[in-house]
Design a protein around this ligand. Structure first.
Ligand code: ADP
Ligand code: ASP
Ligand code: MG
Length: 427
């Protein structure tokens, strides 16, 4: 008998029929003799719809109230799921994040889990119940307020529960059969991976692969939790995400040779700001990025061009989440006289393409394949950045999907047939 944590995403519980399908899956796991703890997301696109609604009543909703609002989505799905399980003759009990002991810091909208005290969950398990926990939400002890963990945060709830309860595996169910070599909605020829290292998954998640939330992957790596990404809609074993020193469960595939490229990630959520005519003297970059950091923006790539001869001025471009751009622009404009730059350009039509693979460390020529594939099709590269196991380029957003397909083919990643996306709107 094992303790299994399962997480069901929004598309898995989008309507009554889907909730019943998930309930059956949970009950089957219980029937097989396992203890089951479930983290559940809000139904379908509920979180997006609640966000839209908030935007209609207030241009910038108060963060505390936004968390009160958004956390309600998961309360609906957890209670419905428990009811569906009851009607199948099994005992199930739902818990909010705070009832489940998800203690976080006080950062509304992006809270970090600082402790998990699952006392009530353990009691319920001891009494033979199936435990259902509202994903995505927590509680801060100092402010005594409800927090949320950031978009996609139910994945983190599941992994944190698996760590706190010492579960055997954390199964993350969504609308695709596992982790693919690219987003199957963008690259139909994407292939499902049997195993991906947590190091590669972190880079994929950080660069747009929302199939697993980056903080969940980080948490699992730090706490030694085995993640199995799989589909609610099929019986595929999915993909294991292996952290350092972890091994696959008995009989589940061989250790594979490290591929040079594990996958391709795409991201349309970034914007680019260019600071034009920055005086080319020491200290200006520091001034600019101090101001940007103070605005709360999370800067990703940075490029500075050489100053043009006699003018003694340079341009500095950087990327950041679209949602951070307005605040960063306002902060920079406010400090323009002190910094002494000429103007600002905001571009929210960019796309980022990343190629990730642990084998890049030991193979040369990996980037040449990327650049070649893009140049043959006349796709222009605007920025480039690299890490030990990743190469990213910024392109026009309109070119991103085509670029991803070309690059996927160029690295020999294409599968024989098209990948299946079972449900969801991709929102
Ligand atoms: P859930 O609502 O269940 O949390 P998400 O929508 O967050 O599911 O994540 C699943 C989606 O992630 C898929 O439908 C797919 O479009 C997208 N995705 C992006 N990159 C990948 C990838 N490399 N492998 C699989 N899915 C991916
Ligand atoms: N419902 C939340 C969201 O849409 C959390 C999640 O689904 O993981 O981001
Ligand atoms: Mg998700």
């Amino acid at each position: 008998m094992a303790l299994i944590v399962q997480k069901y995403g929004g598309s898995s519980v989008a309507d009554a029929e889907s909730i019943k399908r998930v309930a059956k899956r949970i009950v089957d796991t219980r029937r097989a003799g396992h203890d089951v703890v479930v983290a559940v997301s809000a139904m379908g696109d509920t979180t997006d719809e609640l966000l839209d609604l908030a935007g209609q009543v207030a241009p910038i909703p108060a963060p505390r109230e936004l968390d009160m609002l958004l956390s309600s989505g998961e309360r609906i799905s957890m209670a419905l799921l428990a009811m569906a399980i009851h009607s199948m003759g099994f005992e199930a009990r739902s818990f909010t994040g705070s009832q489940a002991g998800m203690i976080t810091d006080a950062t509304h909208g992006a809270a970090r889990i600082v402790d998990v005290t699952p006392v009530r969950l353990k009691e319920a398990l001891d009494e033979g119940a199936i435990v259902i926990v509202a994903g995505f939400q927590g509680f801060n002890r100092d402010t005594r307020d409800i927090t949320t963990l950031g978009r996609g945060g139910s994945d983190t709830t599941a992994v944190a529960l698996a760590a706190a309860l010492n579960a055997d595996v954390c199964e993350i169910y969504s609308d695709v059969d596992g982790i693919y070599t690219a987003d199957p909605r963008v690259v139909p020829k994407a292939r499902k991976l049997d195993v991906v290292t947590s190091e590669e998954m972190l880079e994929l998640s950080a660069n747009g692969a929302k199939v697993l939330y980056i903080r969940a992957v980080e948490y699992a790596r730090r706490h030694g939790v085995l993640i199995q990404a799989r589909s609610t809609f099929s019986s595929s074993v999915g993909t294991y995400v292996l952290g350092p020193g972890m091994t696959l469960p008995d009989g589940e595939g061989e250790e594979m040779e490290e591929p040079i490229v594990a996958g391709v990630a795409t991201d349309l959520t970034q914007a680019k700001i260019t600071v034009i005519g920055v005086p080319d003297v020491p200290g200006k970059a520091a001034e600019i990025f101090k101001v940007v950091a103070k605005s709360g923006a999370n800067v990703d790539m940075i490029v500075q061009n050489v100053s043009i001869g006699a003018t003694g001025r340079a341009d500095i471009s950087f990327t950041l989440p679209k949602t951070d751009a307005a605040a960063a622009l306002k902060a920079l404009a406010g400090d323009q006289p002190e910094i002494g730059f000429e103007s600002l350009v905001h571009d929210d039509q960019i796309g980022k393409l990343s190629v990730v693979g642990a084998g890049m460390r030991t193979h040369s020529g990996v980037s040449a394949t990327l650049f070649e594939a893009l140049s043959v099709s006349g796709i222009n590269i605007e920025m480039i950045s690299t890490s030990e196991i990743r190469i990213s380029v910024v392109l026009r957003g309109d070119d991103l999907a085509e670029a991803a397909r070309l690059v996927h083919t160029a690295y020999g990643l294409d599968g024989a047939s098209d990948a299946v996306v079972h449900a969801g709107t991709g929102r």
